[in-house]
Design a protein around this ligand. Structure first.
Ligand SMILES: Cc1cc2nc3c(=O)[nH]c(=O)nc-3n(C[C@H](O)[C@H](O)[C@H](O)COP(=O)(O)OP(=O)(O)OC[C@H]3O[C@@H](n4cnc5c(N)ncnc54)[C@H](O)[C@@H]3O)c2cc1C
Length: 259
C-alpha cells in the first residue's frame, strides 16, 4: 500500500499521531495505514547475539519479558518511564524512533545499546545504525515508502548501565534531560536526549569517560558536553538548567564510578 500511496501515514500505537488531531484538523484528512493487524511486525524474539524488536513491539511487550530486565535492563528502565501504563501498552519502540522527538525516552537507550534500524519498502531493505539515523530536527533516514520492520539490539558484555530521566514528575512527563550511559568493551556510549535537535551520542563525553577517572571533573564534563550538545530554553526547561544538571548527572553517575 505504501508503494502505491507513499503519503499514507503509518499508524502503530497512535500515541504520538492522535495527539495532533484536536488542534490540527487537517491531519484527520490523511490516509492512515494501520500496522496493528500485521502479525509479522508484532512480536520480539531473541537470537544468539541480539534482541530483535518488531515494527509494532510495544514498551509493555518488553517490560513483561523477564529476559529484557536481565540482558538489556535499560530498555525496561526507559519503558517504565514512558507516559504511564496505558501509553506503555500502546506505544511502540519504532513509533518512538520514527516520531523523531529530541525528548524521546526509548531512542536514547536503544542508541546506547548500538541498535540498528531495519527500514523496508517494496523496493528493498536497508539497515541503519540508530546513531546515524537522524539528520536534524524531525529529519531522518526513512523514506515515505519505508516502514521500520525491525530494530536489532546486539547482545554484548556491558557494565555501568544507567538511564537518567529528569522530568517534572515521575509519570506523564516529557524529559527535560535524558541521559543513557553504558560502558561497552570498546568504550563508553553516552546518549543525550532533550539537549539538542535530535537524540544523539556525545563523543567528547565518551572520550572523557574513556580517558579514565584521573581526568574526571565537573568542569571537564561541562566542557565536553558543550562540545556535544546545544540545549535551548523551551516550555519544559532552560538551557542553563539542562547544561548544569546534565553535567552533574555525568559527574556523580558514571564519573563517580571509580572515585
Ligand atoms: C500521554 C502521553 C505521554 C507520553 N509520554 C512519553 C514519554 O514519557 N516518553 C516518550 O518518549 N514518549 C512519550 N509519549 C509519546 C509516544 O507515546 C511515544 O513516542 C511512542 O513510542 C509512540 O509510538 P506509537 O506506536 O504510539 O507511534 P504512532 O503515534 O503510531 O506513530 C508515531 C510516528 O511514527 C510513525 N511510525 C510508527 N510506526 C512506524 C513504523 N513501524 N515504521 C515507520 N514509521 C512508523 C508514524 O507514522 C508517526 O509518524 C507520550 C504520548 C502521550 C500521548
Amino acid at each position: 500500500m505504501l508503494a502505491e500511496e507513499p503519503e499514507a501515514v503509518p499508524l502503530a500505537g497512535g500515541t504520538d499521531l492522535l495527539v495532533h488531531w484536536p488542534a490540527h484538523h487537517e491531519t484527520r484528512e490523511s490516509t492512515y495505514l494501520d500496522l496493528g493487524q500485521i502479525e509479522e511486525l508484532r512480536s520480539h524474539r531473541w537470537t544468539e547475539d541480539a534482541l530483535i524488536l518488531g515494527g509494532t513491539t510495544t514498551y509493555w511487550d518488553l517490560i513483561r519479558d523477564p529476559r529484557t530486565t536481565r540482558d538489556l535492563p535499560l530498555l525496561v528502565d526507559a519503558a517504565r518511564q514512558v507516559g504511564a501504563v496505558q501509553i506503555q501498552a500502546r506505544g511502540t519502540w519504532a513509533g518512538n524512533i520514527a516520531n523523531g522527538s529530541p525528548a524521546a525516552d526509548g531512542v536514547p537507550v536503544l542508541m546506547a545499546y548500538d541498535a540498528v534500524v531495519v527500514a523496508q519498502s517494496e523496493r528493498d531493505s536497508c539497515e541503519i545504525p540508530l546513531s546515524e539515523f537522524y539528520l536534524g530536527y524531525k529529519e531522518m533516514r526513512l523514506a515515505d515508502d519505508q516502514l521500520i520492520t525491525r530494530i536489532r539490539v546486539p547482545l554484548a558484555p556491558r557494565a555501568n548501565q544507567r538511564f537518567d530521566k529528569v522530568g517534572a514528575r515521575r509519570a506523564q512527563a516529557i524529559a527535560k534531560i535524558g541521559l543513557a550511559t553504558v560502558e561497552a568493551e570498546d568504550g563508553w556510549r553516552v546518549v543525550a536526549a532533550s539537549l539538542a535537535p535530535t537524540v544523539r551520542r556525545c563523543p567528547a563525553v565518551e572520550a572523557l569517560l574513556d580517558s579514565g577517572e584521573a581526568e574526571y571533573s565537573l568542569d571537564g564534563f561541562e566542557t565536553a558536553l558543550a562540545t556535544d550538545v546545544s540545549p535551548i530554553d523551551d516550555i519544559r526547561s532552560t538551557a542553563e538548567y539542562r547544561r548544569r544538571v546534565a553535567a552533574r548527572l555525568l559527574f556523580f553517575g558514571p564519573g563517580s564510578r571509580e572515585a
